[in-house]
Design a protein around this ligand. Structure first.
Ligand code: XMP
Length: 333
């Protein structure tokens, strides 16, 4: 049987009961596969790696070593949530690496989007590799591969052309000779979420909107600077808070702020105030291949604009991106 093919008889996991059954089955399978050996996992805090972490903690406890690399391009509060949930609540064996300076130093002056992606992807593997080398007796590598990833790699192997390199930063270092543990590789995203809830992960983590591997790196447009990245992170947090407050967070597929490397003249406290614009993007899609724009009520847009321009240092305008995909892509880079 092809281990990477979902059997037609496999029931779709739609209820907590079905999720519990899947969890028990996988707990057993992981215990059998791993024995008393140790497993390593790159834990980004996204739904897939978080569900794998929680599942493996349930199956093998401290034998799973989770490494969370903060590349300095996370959204506000994300790394803190990973620490709170996995270290404090689930008592995981968690290694937290703050590699912000390494990433931002390497990215300084680099404006080409694909070069930025490559630098972030390669540096992530390097940091992760270094952490793995410090550990003794790791025999397995766990990954949050899900079924669409498998289907996507089949398409790529058939030579379909991609618009962007889109690699996720959780990539497997090729030279690592470890066996893989991929407990959710036959699941679709909606099933992963049902399993995540059954494992007791916080709702916000399980229903987190897709976040690109290179993180805010592809939203701080052009060459990243620390001050503009900081402004982007703060503005993005305000957008998320306001979307949460008015129910849009549950409704919109992906929403975020992008901040380009241009300044315009504005006025603040009766003085000239040069600042960057914050661009709001809020899109709906089924498969991320095409996307439509969410119609945000003007009152919400006004509130977000008022808050961002008054609370975020360096931003003096807020724009709303009305472009569907195509001709835009979802991200700006
Ligand atoms: P685009 O911008 O191509 O994005 O319309 C489609 C979806 O993919 C996400 N995206 C990425 N995800 N690594 C990722 O893991 C990347 O380099 C990357 N670039 C875009 C994007 O957020 C959207 O959900």
């Amino acid at each position: 049987m092809d281990q990477n093919k979902r059997p037609e008889s496999m029931e779709r996991i739609t209820t907590p009961e079905l999720a519990e059954a899947f969890i028990s089955e996988q707990v057993k399978a992981v215990q059998e596969q791993v024995g008393n050996k140790k497993v390593l996992l790159a834990l980004s805090g996204g739904v897939d790696s978080s569900v794998v972490a929680a599942l493996l903690i349930k199956a093998i406890g401290k034998q799973i070593v989770c490494v969370h690399v903060n590349h300095g391009l996370m959204r506000k509060g994300e790394s803190e949530t990973v620490i709170e949930v996995f270290q404090n609540q689930l008592d995981a064996n968690l290694i937290y690496v703050d590699a912000t300076d390494r990433f931002l130093d390497l990215l300084a002056g680099v404006s080409d989007p694909e070069s930025k992606r490559k630098i972030i992807g390669a540096e992530f593997i390097k940091v992760f590799d270094e952490e793995a080398a410090k550990l003794d007796g790791i025999s397995f590598l766990a990954q949050g591969t899900i079924y669409p990833d498998i289907l996507e790699s089949i398409k790529q192997a058939e030579g379909k052309k991609a618009v962007k390199s889109h690699h996720n930063v959780g990539g497997l270092p090729e030279e690592m000779e470890m066996q893989l543990v991929e407990p959710i590789k036959l699941l679709f995203k909606d099933e992963v979420r049902v399993v995540g809830e059954a494992l007791g992960l916080p709702h916000a983590m399980v229903y987190r909107q897709p976040f690109p591997g290179p993180g805010l790196g592809v939203r701080c447009l052009g060459a990243i600077t620390r001050d503009r990245l900081h402004a982007l992170r703060e503005a993005d947090a305000i957008l998320r808070e306001e979307f949460d407050n008015c129910g849009l967070a549950e409704k919109v597929w992906q929403y975020f702020i992008a901040v380009p490397d241009i300044k315009s003249v504005g006025v603040k406290d009766e003085s000239r105030y040069e600042g960057w614009p914050a661009i709001i993007r809020a899109v709906n899609t089924k498969d991320a291949m095409t996307a439509t724009i969410e119609e945000i009520p003007y009152a919400v847009l006004h509130k977000i604009t008022d808050r961002i321009t008054s609370e975020v240092e360096g931003i003096n305008r807020v724009l709303f991106d009305l472009t569907p995909k195509p001709t835009g892509t979802i991200e700006w880079e």
